[in-house]
Design a protein around this ligand. Sequence first.
Ligand code: 9MG
Length: 279
Amino acid sequence: MNFRNNFLDLTTSKVMGILNVTPDSFSDGGAFNILENGLSQAALMLSEGADIIDIGGESTKPGAQAVSVQQELDRVIPVIEAVFKRFDTIVSIDTSKAQVMKEAINAGASLINDVRALQENGALDIAVKAKVPVCLMHMQGQPKLMQQNPCYDDVVKEVMTFLQGRISVCLKAGIAGNQIIVDPGFGFGKSIEHNYKILANLEKFHELNVPVMAGMSRKSMIGNLLQRKIDQRLAGNIATATVAAQKGAQIIRVHDVKETVDAVKIVNIINAYRNNNER
Ligand code: 9MG
């Protein structure tokens, strides 16, 4: 896939490192510290083998409050500029706001990761003009209330139908088919059962004929099942990432880059041997 002339081969699974630039992700909220901290986290994740750095300034955790456009810009733009200047990597902007997408792309971002699948005002238009890849994610409800009573008759079918609909809207608007990624949105308006049903059927999402992203890192689908606090979920994070890679997810979005890169390398080599045997 072409990220503004930075090409990423998605025939094997790749790892996206998460860089949250929200006040709760840094002990001291001062601007300098946020920038320095962001840069050193990006450097660490890249040295550990991340292929993409996903930078976000609005928490989308269940119960999270919305932030203003200006707050989000103030948080993410300096970090995107600095990461883009210092490292030869793909920078992704995690946002749903058109203005943030636009300024992030001007600052060097080459992927729009939108948990609201370009449904907010002006977002689709910006994505068409930006000509960068987009990741369209499924969410039922909004972060503040989405985990209160998620409901589906057939979660896999409904999530796929939504994503197919958003792909069609994007194609009609002028986004090239080879610039679209989809994501079932683990934890976004889904119970534990819904999340594991999706993971069990993740390979079905390839029927949408675009790369698939999966993000389960440290989420409650791991914590609640295993009864583990956030810093005790590494084994669960690696298990879910490994299954996603085995099921062909092209991009795995994680906090624990080093361990995930190791796990994904093993899955990738097994797949390479299997493909050779089939020839
Ligand atoms: C921003 N964000 C948080 N969780 C996510 C997930 O599962 N997928 C994507 N694409 N973005 C996410």
